[in-house]
Write a protein that binds this ligand. Sequence first.
Ligand SMILES: Cc1cc2nc3c(=O)[nH]c(=O)nc-3n(C[C@H](O)[C@H](O)[C@H](O)COP(=O)(O)O)c2cc1C
Length: 342
Amino acid sequence: MWDYEAAAAERLEPGAYGYYAGGAGDERTLRDNVEAFTRWQLRPRVLVDVGAPSTATTVLGHDVSLPVLVAPVAYQRVAHPDGEVAMGRAAAAAGTVMCLSTLATSSPEEVAATGVQRWFQLYVFRDLGVTREMVDRAREAGFTALVLTVDTPVLGRRERDVRTGFTVPPDLPVPSLGRGGVTPHEALQLMSPSLSWKDVQAFADMARLPVVVKGVVTAEDAHLACEHGAAALVVSNHGGRQLDGVSATIDALPEVVGAVGGRVDVLLDGGIRRGTDVVKALALGARAVLAGRAPLWGLVVDGEMGARHVLELLRAEIELALQLVGCPRVDELSPAHVQQRR
Ligand SMILES: Cc1cc2nc3c(=O)[nH]c(=O)nc-3n(C[C@H](O)[C@H](O)[C@H](O)COP(=O)(O)O)c2cc1C
């Protein structure tokens, strides 16, 4: 995976690379998402029959063969001409779910045609009519859940983008905006900064789809999400791109899992680079994880095949970790399989 990141860094022009790789402020949270996994250690059990490891599980009632979903990442045609369509094909081949960003450069119908299990990530526009149209369109295209991103009432200050002046090329379609040629900041200006908890149930009713609340890192908000009809939560800090200084997601996970108390599925994203990261998150109570940059680097390097290869590398690493941890099934991982480094 790291080789893909290095190759992607060489291939992309600096503005696009900075947009994908960067985070907010001093990028402390961006780095900590990755580093925090090293503060958790595995506690392997031995003499367990691990002849047939399985990475299969269910998320929101959907069967997935890999506990790694593809996170919503905007503007994927900047990464590769086949963009979200290639990513959809890769996720379908891996037997997992793809989350399509509101700020995608491919239409929901194009992604639906890949046959991938698909969720639609929603940024709520100030114009509710536009939001409603987008949600209806996603439902009609067979998207089975809405991923409501709640950590982006305004855009974090991403200084790499300020320096490079990165814009989405004007010739790229952004179906939800009707055009390319925008900066990430301009796109987010169209979104509502006034979303509140009461809207979660309203969107679930409007969409007639389960709502996954993405961007919760505290017990307080985990309780509120459960009370307001969330079907699942994603412990996420937006890959370190929003509030710099917030804790790494793997460190926030136990608090959120404790507060949810099994009421809904808890997912995690941020810093997933290795199969052992996935195993640690699952042991601490995540049902599955989402990966943003990891498959994205694969997409940059070799389109569908690259993204597919990254997902298969993760699968192989998860299987190996399960075998060496002495827990052949992902749904049998427990907190006893991890400890904080002393
Ligand atoms: C370039 C980029 C664009 C992103 N765009 C979106 C987006 O449109 N909507 C969203 O909810 N999250 C977005 N995210 C956040 C991801 O869904 C996810 O939370 C994050 O990438 C996870 O961290 P990781 O990249 O370390 O796996 C984006 C992340 C990146 C890196």
